[in-house]
Design a protein around this ligand. Structure first.
Ligand SMILES: Cc1cc2nc3c(=O)[nH]c(=O)nc-3n(C[C@H](O)[C@H](O)[C@H](O)COP(=O)(O)OP(=O)(O)OC[C@H]3O[C@@H](n4cnc5c(N)ncnc54)[C@H](O)[C@@H]3O)c2cc1C
Length: 382
Protein backbone atom coordinates (compact mmCIF):
# COMPACT_ATOMS: atom_id res chain seq x y z
CA UNK A 1 0.00 0.00 0.00
CA UNK A 2 2.79 2.39 0.90
CA UNK A 3 4.56 2.00 -2.44
CA UNK A 4 1.26 2.63 -4.26
CA UNK A 5 0.66 5.79 -2.22
CA UNK A 6 4.18 6.91 -3.12
CA UNK A 7 3.68 6.24 -6.80
CA UNK A 8 0.39 8.13 -7.01
CA UNK A 9 1.68 11.12 -4.99
CA UNK A 10 4.84 11.35 -7.09
CA UNK A 11 2.82 11.14 -10.30
CA UNK A 12 0.54 13.90 -8.97
CA UNK A 13 3.63 16.10 -8.68
CA UNK A 14 4.09 16.12 -4.89
CA UNK A 15 7.60 15.97 -3.44
CA UNK A 16 7.45 12.45 -2.01
CA UNK A 17 9.75 10.16 -0.07
CA UNK A 18 8.95 6.60 0.98
CA UNK A 19 10.66 5.31 4.11
CA UNK A 20 10.76 1.55 4.57
CA UNK A 21 13.34 -1.20 4.89
CA UNK A 22 13.89 -3.80 2.20
CA UNK A 23 13.26 -7.47 2.92
CA UNK A 24 15.80 -8.72 5.45
CA UNK A 25 18.47 -10.99 3.97
CA UNK A 26 18.62 -12.98 7.19
CA UNK A 27 15.44 -13.14 9.30
CA UNK A 28 17.29 -14.68 12.26
CA UNK A 29 19.60 -11.72 12.79
CA UNK A 30 17.27 -8.99 11.57
CA UNK A 31 16.82 -6.34 14.28
CA UNK A 32 13.80 -4.55 12.82
CA UNK A 33 10.33 -4.88 11.34
CA UNK A 34 9.01 -7.42 8.84
CA UNK A 35 6.26 -7.33 6.18
CA UNK A 36 3.39 -9.43 4.87
CA UNK A 37 4.58 -9.63 1.27
CA UNK A 38 7.86 -11.59 1.33
CA UNK A 39 6.71 -14.10 -1.28
CA UNK A 40 6.35 -14.77 -5.01
CA UNK A 41 2.59 -15.25 -5.32
CA UNK A 42 -0.58 -13.49 -4.21
CA UNK A 43 -3.99 -14.43 -5.64
CA UNK A 44 -5.82 -11.74 -7.56
CA UNK A 45 -9.50 -11.98 -8.47
CA UNK A 46 -12.49 -9.71 -8.95
CA UNK A 47 -15.12 -12.00 -7.47
CA UNK A 48 -15.80 -11.49 -3.81
CA UNK A 49 -18.69 -11.81 -1.42
CA UNK A 50 -18.13 -8.14 -0.68
CA UNK A 51 -18.72 -5.39 -3.26
CA UNK A 52 -16.13 -3.06 -1.74
CA UNK A 53 -13.38 -5.65 -2.07
CA UNK A 54 -14.58 -6.45 -5.61
CA UNK A 55 -14.41 -2.80 -6.61
CA UNK A 56 -10.94 -2.38 -5.11
CA UNK A 57 -9.70 -5.45 -6.99
CA UNK A 58 -11.25 -4.28 -10.25
CA UNK A 59 -9.60 -0.87 -9.90
CA UNK A 60 -6.23 -2.38 -9.02
CA UNK A 61 -6.22 -5.03 -11.75
CA UNK A 62 -6.90 -2.27 -14.29
CA UNK A 63 -3.49 -0.80 -13.39
CA UNK A 64 -1.37 -3.98 -13.59
CA UNK A 65 -0.43 -3.87 -17.28
CA UNK A 66 0.14 -0.12 -17.18
CA UNK A 67 2.49 -0.55 -14.22
CA UNK A 68 4.35 -3.41 -15.88
CA UNK A 69 4.79 -1.35 -19.01
CA UNK A 70 5.91 1.84 -17.25
CA UNK A 71 8.34 0.02 -14.98
CA UNK A 72 9.52 -2.71 -17.35
CA UNK A 73 8.91 -5.16 -14.46
CA UNK A 74 6.44 -8.01 -15.10
CA UNK A 75 4.55 -9.16 -12.01
CA UNK A 76 1.13 -10.42 -13.18
CA UNK A 77 0.04 -13.85 -14.46
CA UNK A 78 -3.67 -14.11 -15.39
CA UNK A 79 -3.82 -17.87 -14.75
CA UNK A 80 -7.53 -17.87 -13.86
CA UNK A 81 -8.78 -18.75 -10.41
CA UNK A 82 -10.87 -21.55 -8.95
CA UNK A 83 -13.02 -21.21 -5.85
CA UNK A 84 -14.30 -24.42 -4.27
CA UNK A 85 -16.36 -24.79 -1.10
CA UNK A 86 -17.01 -28.13 0.60
CA UNK A 87 -20.74 -28.95 0.85
CA UNK A 88 -21.34 -27.34 4.25
CA UNK A 89 -18.92 -24.51 3.74
CA UNK A 90 -20.28 -22.43 0.89
CA UNK A 91 -22.34 -19.93 2.93
CA UNK A 92 -24.34 -18.78 -0.06
CA UNK A 93 -21.28 -18.09 -2.18
CA UNK A 94 -22.93 -18.83 -5.54
CA UNK A 95 -25.83 -16.48 -4.91
CA UNK A 96 -23.46 -13.75 -3.78
CA UNK A 97 -21.10 -13.95 -6.77
CA UNK A 98 -24.11 -13.96 -9.05
CA UNK A 99 -25.47 -10.77 -7.48
CA UNK A 100 -22.24 -8.94 -6.73
CA UNK A 101 -19.96 -10.41 -9.37
CA UNK A 102 -22.07 -10.88 -12.45
CA UNK A 103 -24.93 -8.41 -11.99
CA UNK A 104 -23.14 -5.60 -10.21
CA UNK A 105 -19.68 -5.76 -11.79
CA UNK A 106 -20.22 -7.87 -14.95
CA UNK A 107 -17.55 -10.36 -13.88
CA UNK A 108 -17.75 -13.51 -16.00
CA UNK A 109 -17.47 -16.83 -14.17
CA UNK A 110 -18.45 -20.46 -14.62
CA UNK A 111 -20.19 -22.54 -11.96
CA UNK A 112 -18.93 -26.14 -12.18
CA UNK A 113 -20.58 -29.31 -10.88
CA UNK A 114 -18.59 -32.28 -9.56
CA UNK A 115 -18.06 -34.04 -12.95
CA UNK A 116 -17.14 -30.76 -14.68
CA UNK A 117 -14.69 -29.91 -11.93
CA UNK A 118 -13.00 -33.31 -12.27
CA UNK A 119 -12.86 -33.04 -16.05
CA UNK A 120 -11.49 -29.50 -16.19
CA UNK A 121 -8.94 -29.94 -13.41
CA UNK A 122 -7.96 -33.64 -13.33
CA UNK A 123 -4.95 -32.94 -11.11
CA UNK A 124 -7.24 -31.63 -8.34
CA UNK A 125 -9.54 -33.66 -6.10
CA UNK A 126 -12.39 -32.38 -3.93
CA UNK A 127 -15.22 -34.04 -2.03
CA UNK A 128 -18.40 -34.65 -4.09
CA UNK A 129 -21.04 -31.93 -4.30
CA UNK A 130 -18.74 -29.02 -3.66
CA UNK A 131 -19.69 -25.56 -4.86
CA UNK A 132 -17.16 -24.60 -7.56
CA UNK A 133 -16.69 -21.37 -9.46
CA UNK A 134 -14.02 -20.74 -12.09
CA UNK A 135 -13.08 -17.12 -12.74
CA UNK A 136 -11.06 -16.72 -15.95
CA UNK A 137 -8.45 -14.07 -16.85
CA UNK A 138 -8.00 -11.42 -15.44
CA UNK A 139 -8.09 -13.58 -12.29
CA UNK A 140 -4.69 -15.07 -11.53
CA UNK A 141 -1.79 -14.06 -9.35
CA UNK A 142 0.77 -11.33 -8.86
CA UNK A 143 4.30 -11.43 -7.56
CA UNK A 144 4.07 -8.99 -4.63
CA UNK A 145 7.81 -8.35 -4.49
CA UNK A 146 7.85 -7.42 -8.17
CA UNK A 147 4.68 -5.34 -7.83
CA UNK A 148 6.49 -3.32 -5.15
CA UNK A 149 9.56 -2.98 -7.38
CA UNK A 150 7.32 -1.78 -10.21
CA UNK A 151 5.55 0.79 -8.00
CA UNK A 152 8.87 2.08 -6.72
CA UNK A 153 10.39 2.23 -10.21
CA UNK A 154 7.52 4.36 -11.52
CA UNK A 155 7.53 6.50 -8.36
CA UNK A 156 11.25 7.12 -8.87
CA UNK A 157 10.69 8.08 -12.49
CA UNK A 158 8.47 10.84 -11.09
CA UNK A 159 11.02 12.04 -8.58
CA UNK A 160 10.17 10.06 -5.43
CA UNK A 161 13.02 9.38 -3.01
CA UNK A 162 13.34 5.86 -1.60
CA UNK A 163 14.85 5.66 1.87
CA UNK A 164 15.42 2.06 2.88
CA UNK A 165 15.27 2.65 6.61
CA UNK A 166 12.77 2.23 9.43
CA UNK A 167 10.88 5.16 10.91
CA UNK A 168 11.32 5.07 14.68
CA UNK A 169 9.99 8.48 15.73
CA UNK A 170 7.73 11.22 14.40
CA UNK A 171 7.43 14.60 16.11
CA UNK A 172 3.98 16.18 16.42
CA UNK A 173 3.31 18.44 13.43
CA UNK A 174 2.83 19.67 10.81
CA UNK A 175 5.58 20.03 9.87
CA UNK A 176 6.76 16.60 10.99
CA UNK A 177 10.29 15.43 11.66
CA UNK A 178 10.63 11.72 11.03
CA UNK A 179 13.65 9.98 12.54
CA UNK A 180 14.84 6.66 11.17
CA UNK A 181 16.80 3.83 12.74
CA UNK A 182 20.05 5.24 11.31
CA UNK A 183 19.43 8.61 12.94
CA UNK A 184 18.54 10.33 9.69
CA UNK A 185 15.80 12.98 9.95
CA UNK A 186 13.30 13.89 7.25
CA UNK A 187 11.01 16.93 7.32
CA UNK A 188 7.54 16.66 5.85
CA UNK A 189 4.25 18.58 5.76
CA UNK A 190 2.21 15.37 5.59
CA UNK A 191 2.82 11.75 6.55
CA UNK A 192 1.07 8.53 5.58
CA UNK A 193 1.52 5.59 7.93
CA UNK A 194 1.31 2.42 5.83
CA UNK A 195 3.38 0.07 7.96
CA UNK A 196 1.12 -2.98 7.73
CA UNK A 197 1.20 -5.13 10.88
CA UNK A 198 3.65 -2.64 12.43
CA UNK A 199 1.48 0.46 12.06
CA UNK A 200 0.86 0.72 15.81
CA UNK A 201 4.55 0.25 16.67
CA UNK A 202 7.27 2.84 17.43
CA UNK A 203 4.62 5.37 18.51
CA UNK A 204 4.20 6.46 14.89
CA UNK A 205 0.53 7.13 15.59
CA UNK A 206 -0.56 9.27 18.55
CA UNK A 207 -3.66 7.08 18.92
CA UNK A 208 -3.21 3.38 18.16
CA UNK A 209 -5.61 1.82 15.65
CA UNK A 210 -7.84 -1.17 16.26
CA UNK A 211 -5.66 -3.74 14.49
CA UNK A 212 -5.39 -7.44 15.28
CA UNK A 213 -2.33 -9.21 13.95
CA UNK A 214 -2.53 -12.96 13.43
CA UNK A 215 0.17 -15.50 12.70
CA UNK A 216 -0.16 -17.03 9.23
CA UNK A 217 1.56 -20.21 8.11
CA UNK A 218 2.20 -21.30 4.56
CA UNK A 219 3.81 -24.42 3.19
CA UNK A 220 5.97 -24.72 0.10
CA UNK A 221 6.15 -28.00 -1.81
CA UNK A 222 9.26 -28.10 -3.97
CA UNK A 223 8.50 -29.55 -7.40
CA UNK A 224 10.83 -31.28 -9.85
CA UNK A 225 10.76 -29.85 -13.41
CA UNK A 226 8.48 -32.61 -14.73
CA UNK A 227 5.89 -31.90 -12.04
CA UNK A 228 6.12 -28.14 -12.56
CA UNK A 229 5.50 -28.70 -16.29
CA UNK A 230 2.55 -31.04 -15.61
CA UNK A 231 0.90 -28.39 -13.42
CA UNK A 232 1.96 -25.34 -15.43
CA UNK A 233 -1.58 -24.43 -16.51
CA UNK A 234 -3.06 -24.73 -13.06
CA UNK A 235 -5.27 -21.84 -11.83
CA UNK A 236 -5.04 -20.37 -8.36
CA UNK A 237 -7.29 -22.26 -5.94
CA UNK A 238 -9.26 -21.19 -2.89
CA UNK A 239 -10.81 -24.12 -1.03
CA UNK A 240 -13.22 -23.74 1.89
CA UNK A 241 -12.29 -27.04 3.45
CA UNK A 242 -14.32 -28.73 6.19
CA UNK A 243 -11.62 -29.74 8.62
CA UNK A 244 -11.08 -29.50 12.38
CA UNK A 245 -7.57 -28.07 12.07
CA UNK A 246 -7.62 -25.92 8.92
CA UNK A 247 -9.83 -23.50 7.08
CA UNK A 248 -9.80 -21.16 4.07
CA UNK A 249 -7.08 -22.83 2.02
CA UNK A 250 -5.39 -20.92 -0.79
CA UNK A 251 -3.08 -22.49 -3.31
CA UNK A 252 -0.83 -20.98 -5.96
CA UNK A 253 0.33 -22.69 -9.17
CA UNK A 254 4.00 -23.69 -9.52
CA UNK A 255 6.13 -20.54 -9.26
CA UNK A 256 9.90 -20.12 -9.42
CA UNK A 257 11.34 -18.64 -6.22
CA UNK A 258 14.53 -16.60 -5.82
CA UNK A 259 16.50 -19.75 -4.86
CA UNK A 260 15.93 -20.99 -8.45
CA UNK A 261 13.55 -23.77 -7.37
CA UNK A 262 9.88 -24.17 -8.24
CA UNK A 263 7.36 -24.43 -5.41
CA UNK A 264 3.62 -24.86 -4.96
CA UNK A 265 2.49 -22.63 -2.13
CA UNK A 266 -0.47 -23.38 0.11
CA UNK A 267 -1.69 -21.32 3.05
CA UNK A 268 -4.72 -21.32 5.35
CA UNK A 269 -5.99 -20.53 8.80
CA UNK A 270 -4.95 -23.22 11.25
CA UNK A 271 -5.76 -24.31 14.80
CA UNK A 272 -2.23 -23.20 15.73
CA UNK A 273 -2.79 -19.55 14.74
CA UNK A 274 -2.32 -16.93 17.42
CA UNK A 275 -2.94 -13.22 17.81
CA UNK A 276 0.21 -11.22 18.44
CA UNK A 277 -0.11 -8.28 20.84
CA UNK A 278 2.99 -6.20 20.13
CA UNK A 279 6.23 -5.62 18.24
CA UNK A 280 8.18 -8.15 20.25
CA UNK A 281 5.57 -10.88 19.73
CA UNK A 282 5.52 -10.21 15.97
CA UNK A 283 9.30 -10.28 15.75
CA UNK A 284 9.42 -13.47 17.81
CA UNK A 285 6.93 -15.18 15.52
CA UNK A 286 8.71 -14.14 12.34
CA UNK A 287 12.20 -15.01 13.62
CA UNK A 288 11.63 -18.20 15.60
CA UNK A 289 7.91 -19.09 15.55
CA UNK A 290 7.22 -22.81 15.24
CA UNK A 291 5.38 -22.93 11.91
CA UNK A 292 6.40 -26.60 11.51
CA UNK A 293 3.89 -27.50 14.25
CA UNK A 294 1.11 -27.56 11.62
CA UNK A 295 3.19 -28.66 8.61
CA UNK A 296 1.99 -32.29 8.67
CA UNK A 297 -1.72 -31.34 8.63
CA UNK A 298 -1.23 -28.77 5.89
CA UNK A 299 0.83 -31.21 3.83
CA UNK A 300 -1.88 -33.83 4.22
CA UNK A 301 -4.54 -31.35 3.05
CA UNK A 302 -2.51 -30.44 -0.03
CA UNK A 303 -1.83 -34.07 -0.89
CA UNK A 304 -5.55 -34.80 -0.58
CA UNK A 305 -6.36 -31.91 -2.91
CA UNK A 306 -3.62 -32.97 -5.34
CA UNK A 307 -3.37 -36.76 -5.25
CA UNK A 308 -0.08 -38.08 -6.58
CA UNK A 309 1.68 -34.73 -6.18
CA UNK A 310 5.40 -35.30 -6.62
CA UNK A 311 7.25 -33.01 -4.24
CA UNK A 312 10.93 -33.33 -3.41
CA UNK A 313 10.87 -31.28 -0.21
CA UNK A 314 8.39 -29.54 2.09
CA UNK A 315 8.87 -26.32 4.05
CA UNK A 316 6.78 -24.10 6.27
CA UNK A 317 7.07 -20.30 6.32
CA UNK A 318 5.69 -17.57 8.55
CA UNK A 319 3.77 -14.43 7.76
CA UNK A 320 1.47 -11.86 9.44
CA UNK A 321 -2.16 -10.99 8.72
CA UNK A 322 -3.50 -7.63 9.91
CA UNK A 323 -7.23 -7.40 10.58
CA UNK A 324 -9.17 -4.17 11.07
CA UNK A 325 -12.38 -3.80 13.07
CA UNK A 326 -14.35 -3.00 9.91
CA UNK A 327 -12.95 -5.76 7.69
CA UNK A 328 -11.77 -3.05 5.26
CA UNK A 329 -8.42 -1.27 5.21
CA UNK A 330 -8.23 1.98 7.16
CA UNK A 331 -7.68 4.82 4.68
CA UNK A 332 -8.23 7.96 6.67
CA UNK A 333 -6.88 11.19 8.04
CA UNK A 334 -6.24 10.62 11.75
CA UNK A 335 -4.78 14.04 12.69
CA UNK A 336 -3.77 17.27 11.00
CA UNK A 337 -1.37 16.13 8.25
CA UNK A 338 -1.40 12.47 9.39
CA UNK A 339 -2.97 9.79 7.20
CA UNK A 340 -3.17 6.01 7.41
CA UNK A 341 -3.40 3.26 4.78
CA UNK A 342 -3.23 -0.01 6.62
CA UNK A 343 -5.03 -3.23 7.54
CA UNK A 344 -4.99 -5.63 4.60
CA UNK A 345 -7.26 -8.24 6.25
CA UNK A 346 -5.36 -10.95 4.34
CA UNK A 347 -6.75 -9.71 1.03
CA UNK A 348 -4.97 -6.51 0.10
CA UNK A 349 -1.97 -7.48 -2.02
CA UNK A 350 -4.09 -7.72 -5.14
CA UNK A 351 -5.80 -4.41 -4.36
CA UNK A 352 -2.90 -2.52 -2.81
CA UNK A 353 -2.66 -0.23 -5.82
CA UNK A 354 -6.30 0.86 -5.51
CA UNK A 355 -6.06 1.24 -1.72
CA UNK A 356 -2.91 3.32 -2.16
CA UNK A 357 -4.73 5.49 -4.67
CA UNK A 358 -7.53 6.19 -2.17
CA UNK A 359 -4.94 7.35 0.35
CA UNK A 360 -2.92 9.37 -2.17
CA UNK A 361 -6.07 11.14 -3.37
CA UNK A 362 -7.01 12.00 0.20
CA UNK A 363 -3.52 13.39 0.87
CA UNK A 364 -3.37 15.31 -2.41
CA UNK A 365 -6.90 16.76 -2.48
CA UNK A 366 -7.49 16.98 1.28
CA UNK A 367 -10.87 15.49 0.35
CA UNK A 368 -12.37 12.11 -0.56
CA UNK A 369 -12.71 11.95 -4.33
CA UNK A 370 -13.36 8.24 -4.92
CA UNK A 371 -16.72 6.81 -5.98
CA UNK A 372 -16.32 4.17 -3.25
CA UNK A 373 -17.96 5.51 -0.13
CA UNK A 374 -15.50 6.94 2.39
CA UNK A 375 -17.18 5.49 5.46
CA UNK A 376 -16.01 1.95 4.62
CA UNK A 377 -12.43 3.05 5.24
CA UNK A 378 -12.88 5.07 8.44
CA UNK A 379 -10.16 4.35 10.98
CA UNK A 380 -11.26 2.70 14.21
CA UNK A 381 -9.12 3.31 17.28
CA UNK A 382 -7.95 0.74 19.79
C1 LIG B 1 0.79 -15.81 3.70
C2 LIG B 1 -0.04 -14.69 3.14
C3 LIG B 1 -0.76 -14.91 2.00
C4 LIG B 1 -1.52 -13.87 1.45
N1 LIG B 1 -2.20 -14.11 0.30
C5 LIG B 1 -2.85 -13.07 -0.31
C6 LIG B 1 -3.41 -13.28 -1.59
O1 LIG B 1 -3.37 -14.37 -2.14
N2 LIG B 1 -4.01 -12.20 -2.19
C7 LIG B 1 -4.06 -10.98 -1.59
O2 LIG B 1 -4.59 -10.06 -2.20
N3 LIG B 1 -3.51 -10.77 -0.37
C8 LIG B 1 -2.90 -11.78 0.27
N4 LIG B 1 -2.31 -11.59 1.49
C9 LIG B 1 -2.43 -10.29 2.15
C10 LIG B 1 -1.45 -9.26 1.65
O3 LIG B 1 -0.15 -9.80 1.50
C11 LIG B 1 -1.44 -8.11 2.63
O4 LIG B 1 -2.78 -7.64 2.78
C12 LIG B 1 -0.56 -6.97 2.15
O5 LIG B 1 0.79 -7.35 2.06
C13 LIG B 1 -0.71 -5.79 3.08
O6 LIG B 1 0.01 -4.72 2.55
P1 LIG B 1 0.54 -3.56 3.48
O7 LIG B 1 1.23 -2.59 2.59
O8 LIG B 1 -0.54 -3.09 4.38
O9 LIG B 1 1.59 -4.28 4.46
P2 LIG B 1 3.01 -4.95 4.15
O10 LIG B 1 2.99 -5.67 2.86
O11 LIG B 1 3.39 -5.70 5.37
O12 LIG B 1 3.96 -3.69 4.01
C14 LIG B 1 4.21 -2.85 5.12
C15 LIG B 1 5.57 -2.24 4.93
O13 LIG B 1 5.83 -1.33 6.00
C16 LIG B 1 7.16 -1.48 6.41
N5 LIG B 1 7.29 -0.95 7.77
C17 LIG B 1 6.81 -1.49 8.91
N6 LIG B 1 7.13 -0.68 9.95
C18 LIG B 1 7.82 0.36 9.45
C19 LIG B 1 8.43 1.50 10.00
N7 LIG B 1 8.40 1.75 11.32
N8 LIG B 1 9.11 2.36 9.19
C20 LIG B 1 9.13 2.13 7.85
N9 LIG B 1 8.57 1.07 7.27
C21 LIG B 1 7.93 0.19 8.05
C22 LIG B 1 7.44 -2.95 6.27
O14 LIG B 1 8.84 -3.18 6.18
C23 LIG B 1 6.71 -3.27 4.97
O15 LIG B 1 7.55 -3.08 3.86
C24 LIG B 1 -1.57 -12.60 2.08
C25 LIG B 1 -0.84 -12.39 3.26
C26 LIG B 1 -0.09 -13.43 3.79
C27 LIG B 1 0.67 -13.18 5.06
Amino acid sequence: MGTAVTRYLAQAGMATAVIGPDEPANWQTHPGVFASHYDQGRITRRLSKDPVWSQLAINAIAQYRYLEQQSGIPFYTPSGGLYVAAPHMDNGYLAQVETIGRRCFQVAYEALDTPELAERFPFLAFPPNCTAVYEPDPAGYINPRDLIRAQLAVAQQHGAAIIRETAVHITPGPPFTITTDTGRTIESEKVVIAAGAFSNCHGLLARPLALRVKTETIILAELPDTEATRLADMPTVIFQIEDPALDSIYLLPPIRYPDGRVYLKMGCNTRADQYLPDLEAMRNWMIRGNSDVILAEMKQALQTMMPGLQATSWHSKRCLITYTASGYPYVDQVADGVFVATGGNGSAAKSSDAIGKLAADLVFHDAWVSDIERSFFTAVYA
